[in-house]
Design a protein around this ligand. Structure first.
Ligand code: AHR
Length: 550
């Protein structure tokens, strides 16, 4: 089965370089990191650290929304523990309501008095696991609508990013949704409706996605057809004093054909550049662990908890495809958008496993999150940081009770996953100046069905803010710690601290009964008299080093 079908229903350094660097650093360490202070890449948008929440399984209901009358501590029906945790990691933006759900969602169903909102069939009702469920996973209650979402964002300190239905609603509905969110009360009927819903002040929603996966569940369009729809949807959208930032529905992973043909049609043939167009969305899930045995979208998935070392490295390889995905799409876009006005918006990413490890059967596409996933997430965030001038926004899929979640919750139980700790560590990069950084370390080599296969030894990203340098590093090796010398070209280090996320076993994960199996620990950092530093990166770890510069 193809993914399209499934969704319908329902760094290497040469030996010479290592040798010359050894001459600079000395022989003690097997690995080296050099941060080039004079080679800034761009400012890291806080929005790279965004999240995604879809009306799917346990994400909204049971995850975010518990209801105003719930015994679960809540703020206007929203799980308070989640709000507080999101504030701690400075969550910048949340994408909603989907995903595939977005293109079957009528936003008008989710406004007005809660008890008068209609019940509808959820997009995911056809999913195999949903068929035996009778609740909101199948029949959407619309208890959580636009004002609830915006309230959730405000309470969490995040900006809303709304995905618009392009497949099954007309463009006028998009205009009206913007009107409901952004027009002043007293000026339009929809502005008044928002005031009646409890919000006299406009929401000021800036980010709008025009469709979702329009090559698949969002309408099965050809790129040229989607370009026509995109023109229709973006030709006139009133902003109400808000500088709108519209995101076009871009490609799946390495599908450069979708990118090229859309840009060619819109900018080449039509010579049309919508004024508010800001982003090009890309989705990439690390999900194919079949090693060529099958290409079936379902059958090729691995298990979230049962995996061997080869599965572990293969998953990291899958996640690491992001590097080329970013580079290739950016280059294809640049052929038509020569000034690179359009930024990449990676609004769905993360590992995706087969079902079976979800904390409750109602959590469709729910899965446990191990130390392996924390490493995959960290290397992805490092990739975004290294391409700070290209990636304007990203959203981890999905926030809670779903694929690559930061949180797992069921009723009154709530825990953070290893991914939460990654986001907490990496928040220090937000708004920093990304710096080019060179990593040299012995590669990982593993046996992939009789063939020696390689993966990089150490990688990460660095950023500078005021005189504080943040360096995040992934050591993927399952058996070897990396004794590493760290130097900054253009400055000297004066002091440093470390936060390390690792576990004795990469299968380690947090559960409701044992919520702190995987958590960040502080470690000492050695800074030498010459202004360099030494640090040993543990096996299978994610580390954040924070240095003060002299
Ligand atoms: O995140 C789950 C689904 O994956 C989303 O709904 C869709 O956009 C993607 O295919």
């Amino acid at each position: 089965m193809e993914r399209r079908e499934f969704l319908k229903t329902g760094f290497l350094v040469s030996t010479a370089a290592i040798v010359s660097r050894r001459a600079v650093f000395g022989p003690a360490a097997d690995s080296h990191i050099e941060i080039l202070l004079n080679e800034p890449i761009g400012t890291i948008s806080p929005n790279i650290y965004g999240h995604f929440a879809e009306h799917l399984g346990g994400v909204i209901y049971d995850g975010i929304w518990v209801g105003e009358d719930s015994k679960v501590p809540n703020t206007h029906g929203i799980r308070t523990a989640l709000i507080e945790a999101l504030r701690r990691i400075h969550a910048p933006v949340v994408r909603w309501p989907g995903g595939c759900f977005a293109d079957s969602y009528d936003w008008k169903d989710g406004i007005g008095p809660r008890n008068q909102r209609p019940r509808r069939t959820n997009f995911w009702a056809g999913a195999r696991e949903a068929k035996q469920l009778k609740g909101v996973q199948q029949f959407e209650s619309n208890a959580f609508g636009t004002s609830d979402f915006v309230r959730f964002c405000r309470l969490s300190g995040a900006e809303p990013y709304i995905a618009v239905n392009l497949r099954s609603l007309p463009a006028l509905d998009f205009d009206h949704w913007v009107e409901y969110c952004n027009s002043p009360a007293g000026s339009t009927a929809l502005g008044d409706q928002r005031a009646r819903d409890g919000f006299p002040e406009p929401f000021g929603v800036r980010y709008w996605g025009v469709g979702n996966e329009s090559w698949g569940c969002g309408g099965n369009f050809l790129p040229e057809d989607y370009a026509t729809e995109f023109r229709r949807f973006t030709t006139w959208v009133p902003g109400y004093e808000v500088e709108l930032a519209l995101v076009a529905s871009g490609s799946n992973a390495e599908d450069l054909d979708w990118t090229r043909r859309f840009f060619e049609e819109l900018l080449g043939r039509r010579r049309y550049f919508p004024q508010s167009w800001w982003g090009w969305s890309i989705h990439h899930y690390a999900e194919n662990l079949a090693r060529g045995r099958t290409n079936d979208w379902m059958a090729r998935k691995g298990d979230a908890l049962q995996f061997d070392p080869v599965d572990y490295y293969e998953l990291l390889h899958e996640a690491d495809r992001m590097e080329n995905i970013v580079l290739e799409h950016w280059s294809a876009m640049g052929q038509f958008d020569r000034q690179h006005r359009i930024k990449l918006v990676v609004d769905e990413y993360g590992p995706w496993y087969k079902s079976g490890s979800e904390v409750d059967p109602t959590h469709l596409l729910g899965q446990q999150i191990t130390m392996r996933d924390a490493i995959a997430t960290a290397l992805t965030l490092d990739t975004f940081n290294r391409h700070a001038e290209k990636v304007g926004m990203a959203a981890c899929a999905q926030l809670i009770n779903c694929l690559n979640s930061l949180f797992l919750a069921h009723q009154d139980r709530f825990i953070v996953t290893p991914n939460y700790h990654v986001f907490q560590m990496y928040a220090a990069h937000q708004s920093g100046q990304a710096l080019r950084t060179e990593f040299s370390a012995p590669e990982v080599t593993y046996d992939r069905d009789g063939k020696p296969t390689h993966f990089w030894g150490l990688r990460g990203s660095a950023s500078l803010q005021n005189k504080t340098l943040v360096l995040t590093v992934v050591n993927p090796h399952l058996e070897q710690a990396r004794e590493t010398e760290i130097a900054v070209r253009g400055a000297s280090l004066s002091s440093g601290t470390a936060a390390v996320l690792t576990a004795s076993d990469v299968h380690a994960h947090n559960t409701f009964d044992q919520p702190e199996v995987v958590r960040t620990k502080e470690a000492a950092v050695q800074v030498e008299r010459d202004g360099s530093s030494h640090f040993t990166f543990p096996t299978a770890s994610v580390t954040r080093l924070t240095f003060a510069l002299r």
